[in-house]
Design a binder for this molecule. Structure first.
Ligand code: IPM
Ligand code: MN
Length: 352
């Protein structure tokens, strides 16, 4: 009997619904072709719902979402909602509540895509960032004293636990083995300044590395990592890092792979329910215009299929994305693709 996967679909805000629709189109094409079923449940969590109800998320949101095999998310962020409310209340809340302790962000330059890096091509830009996703500066530790006075004190602490660091580092080594490319894991840290947190990371990294003699290890400070990502991206295979550094370097990664239009990621709980999303925002200025690039969302759908174990279907979606990028699109930028958002979805679905 054909397998059925339950997918929670959370289109969210701005261009989220437009790109999610194209992702679903491609998922359906892959399901039909490879003989499995997808059962979708829609969730309206996002800015509009918040403005309508005054509630960021219902109490049982994480529980409801976790009844599914995976979550497909569009974008969170609404121009009429103060920055931080939805991001913290929905996106970060779900990452934490569902213990999605890995944020997996591939940085791959597809053939025929423009990169701002001179003389670098697809053979040079092909790595993955494994970002810790539940700790660090994102944990919310700290506080404020005497707010609004000249004596105001603001403290924001980075939380790093042995357990949290170890499971992240281990995931990175496993991933490098599975990826089977350069077979190298680079720890990105700041051991020269953050001598408590990154000492824990460094010790854990080299301890875990002993279990993976087939994988080469490397270390780079985060500032140097930014430099090498621009100058010698071919040095990287898998980069493992903390939440904040991972957030920053993956925006740089998105730019060198052709922009937010193509950058996808997965919030992964290997033992639980994972959530896949395009890493760009809700792009309010492009909303409803059928100009946004859906490939990042389609790439997120591809990662979801891979995660669910539908590896052949995932590979077919990736091939289809590569084909559409190389043979059809004029650009990956919103409004410059030479096609509408829905047509890009049709092209990829057709190629699958
Ligand atoms: C990302 C985003 C989020 C983050 C924001 C929206 C909270 O920038 O997914 O990278 O910082 O993790
Ligand atoms: Mn970010």
């Amino acid at each position: 009997m054909a397998k059925t996967y339950k997918i929670a679909v959370m289109p969210g805000d701005g261009t989220g619904p437009e790109v999610v629709a194209e992702g679903v189109k491609v998922l359906d094409a892959a399901a039909a072709k490879f003989g499995f079923n997808l059962e979708y449940t829609h969730f309206d969590y996002g800015g509009d719902r918040y403005l309508r109800t005054g509630e960021v998320l219902p109490e049982n949101a994480a529980e409801e979402l976790s009844k599914n095999d995976a979550i497909f998310l569009g974008a969170i962020g609404h121009p009429e909602v103060k920055p931080g409310i939805l991001e913290k209340g929905i996106l970060l809340h779900l990452r934490f509540a569902l213990d999605q302790y890995i944020n997996l962000r591939p940085v791959i330059l597809y053939p025929n895509v423009d990169t701002p890096l001179k003389d670098k091509g697809p053979e040079d830009i092909d790595f993955v960032v494994v970002r810790e996703n539940t700790e660090g500066l994102y944990a919310g530790a700290g506080g404020v004293l005497k707010k609004g006075t000249p004596d105001e004190v603001a403290v924001q602490e980075s939380i790093n636990t042995r357990k949290g660091v170890e499971r992240c580092v281990r995931f990175a080594f496993e991933y490098a083995r599975k990826r089977n490319k350069r077979k190298k894991v680079t720890l990105c840290g700041k051991t020269n300044v953050l001598t408590f947190a990154f000492d824990l990371w460094e010790r854990t990294f080299y301890e875990v590395a002993r279990e993976y003699p087939d994988i080469e290890t490397d270390y780079a400070h985060v500032d140097a990592t930014c430099m090498w990502m621009v100058k010698n991206p071919e040095w990287f295979d898998v980069i493992v890092t903390d939440n904040m550094f991972g957030d920053i370097i993956t925006d740089l990664g998105a730019m060198i792979q052709g922009g937010m239009g193509i950058a996808a990621g997965g919030n992964i709980n290997p033992e639980g329910v994972s959530m896949f999303e395009p890493i760009g925002g809700s792009a309010p200025k492009y909303t409803g215009k059928n100009v946004i690039n859906p490939l990042a969302a389609i790439g997120a759908a591809q990662m979801m299929l891979d995660h669910l174990g539908e590896t052949e279907a995932a590979a077919a979606v990736e091939q289809a994305i590569r084909y559409v990028v190389a043979e059809k699109l004029e650009s990956l930028s919103a409004g410059k693709m030479g096609y509408g958002t829905d047509e890009v979805g049709d092209l990829v679905a057709g190629a699958v």
